[in-house]
Design a protein around this ligand. Structure first.
Ligand code: KMH
Ligand code: ZN
Length: 270
């Protein structure tokens, strides 16, 4: 089995300081959290930018500050969000791709997102995919429901996305596919043979689905974007605490962790 790539989704667009006092918000806080996660075993960070008051932003200048601050501290792969926050315009969301980051997310369809709708019109997402091809940015294909996976497979065949593809199976969003082993097993059964994948279990699904992914040969995403708790009723003290637990479980199960450079090689990053 390949080494395990742990991604830390540090901030997200929805979680607030009120919900999680240790949420990293400023570029410097995000960089410190990235370094702590790297030390705990993460090879990649998934980042969202915020304004100092916590408002989500896709401002290229803020993403530039985040990337530079992370680079100054550690070697982790920086994956920027093109999902941003619900309600942002596609133009706004695409902005950080112009910085030519190593990776960026690419959502493969629209989904109810709690009480909102996360809109990903296919024509707009084709523009995102083209921009990523043009700038040499590897997409992580965000799959919130099974139809999005069939769309991704169609796009791979049409050459809109270059293979081998890397997927993020996001399970447990209210409105998306459930955070259950059955849902994960189904999606895994439909993946292209040469694809790599990670699982982002939302809330209480983070720990069991991450553990299952380790056993199944996938990779794991943890962090405050998806889950603010360490266990029921107990907030996690940091993103790194969640990374460290996954790292421990993986080693106990006999699967070593990929370093950032090993992950770059496994994912075919430039
Ligand atoms: N904030 C969500 C609406 C991504 O980063 O690409 C979308 C999201 C996905 O977080
Ligand atoms: Zn995100």
């Amino acid at each position: 089995m390949q080494k395990l790539i742990i991604t830390a989704a540090l901030t997200g667009a929805e979680v607030t300081r009120e919900q999680q006092p240790a949420l990293p918000v400023t570029p410097e806080e995000i960089a410190i959290a990235a370094e702590e996660c790297a030390k705990a075993g993460a090879a990649m960070v998934h980042v969202h930018a915020r304004l100092p008051d916590g408002t989500p932003t896709q401002d290229k200048a803020v993403y530039r500050q985040i990337i530079d601050a992370v680079r100054a501290r550690c070697n982790v792969i920086v994956q920027v969000s093109t999902g941003g926050a619900v309600g942002m315009s596609p133009q706004e969301r695409l902005a950080p791709v112009m910085l030519k980051p190593e990776m960026a997310t690419l959502s493969m369809g629209s989904v109810n997102f709690g009480g909102d709708v996360f809109v990903n019109h296919p024509a707009e997402m084709e523009v995102f995919a083209a921009a990523m091809r043009e700038h040499g940015v590897k997409p992580e294909l965000e799959i919130f429901d099974s139809g999005m996976l069939t769309t991704a497979i169609r796009w791979l065949k049409k050459g809109l996305i270059n293979g081998p593809a890397h997927f993020d199976l996001v399970l447990g969003i209210p409105g998306g596919m459930a955070g259950t082993p059955e849902a994960l097993m189904y999606l895994k059964s439909q993946l292209p043979a040469d694809a790599s994948w990670t699982v982002a279990g939302i809330g209480a699904a983070q720990l069991p689905l991450g553990t299952l992914a380790i056993v199944l040969g996938g990779h794991v995403r943890v962090g405050f974007e998806d889950n603010v708790y360490y266990r029921k009723g107990e907030l996690a003290s940091s993103n790194a605490q969640l990374v460290a637990r996954m790292a421990r479980i993986s080693r106990e199960l006999g699967r070593e962790l990929a370093t950032p450079d090993e992950a770059r090689q496994m994912l075919g990053l430039r």
